[in-house]
Design a protein around this ligand. Structure first.
Ligand code: VLZ
Length: 134
C-alpha cells in the first residue's frame, strides 16, 4: 500500500517555528501571533495529486500540486516571496524544494506511527512540527 497523508491533522508540537520565521524575514509582530497558533492541516491525496490546506485563526495557506511537476508558489500570507517548487517522493517521504531568493528552502512530510511529521527548512533554520489526527 502506498503512503496516504489524507486526513485532518492538528498541530501538537512546533519546534523552532520562531527561527524558521526569522529566516523568512517575518516581522516581529506577525511572529508573536503566529507562534501562538495551533494550525490544522487538511490533506487530500489522490495518488500523486495533493491538496494541503493549512488553516489557523490568523491566516490560511493552500497548496495544490502534483508530485514531479514543478510549479510557481506565491507563499501568500507567509513571506510572500515567489519561488519554484518541486515535490518528489524519497521513499515514503514527500520532499519539497522551494527554489528562489532564500537558500536551502523546503519541507519534508512523513508519517510516523499515527502522527504526521513536517520539517520546514530555510537557510540554516529547521522547524519541526508534529500533527495528530483530529
Ligand atoms: O506547509 O509550507 O504542509 O504549504 C502557517 C500559517 C502555514 C500560519 C505554514 C500563519 C505553512 C503564519 C507551512 C504567518 C507567518 C508549509 C507546507 C507543508 C504546505
Amino acid at each position: 500500500m502506498p503512503v496516504d497523508f489524507s486526513g485532518t491533522w492538528n498541530l501538537v508540537s512546533n519546534d523552532n517555528f520562531e527561527g524558521y520565521m526569522v529566516a523568512l524575514g517575518i516581522d516581529f509582530a506577525t511572529r508573536k501571533i503566529a507562534k501562538m497558533l495551533k494550525p490544522q492541516k487538511v490533506i487530500k491525496q489522490d495518488g500523486d495529486s495533493f491538496y494541503i490546506h493549512t488553516t489557523s485563526t490568523f491566516r490560511d495557506y493552500l497548496l495544490e500540486f502534483k508530485v514531479g511537476e514543478e510549479f510557481e508558489e506565491d507563499n501568500k500570507g507567509l513571506d510572500n516571496r515567489k519561488c519554484k517548487s518541486l515535490v518528489t517522493w524519497e521513499n515514503d517521504k514527500l520532499v519539497c524544494v522551494q527554489t528562489g531568493e532564500k537558500k536551502n528552502r523546503g519541507w519534508t512530510h512523513w508519517l510516523e506511527g499515527d502522527d504526521l511529521h513536517l520539517e520546514l527548512r530555510c537557510e540554516n533554520q529547521v522547524c519541526k512540527q508534529v500533527f495528530k489526527r483530529a
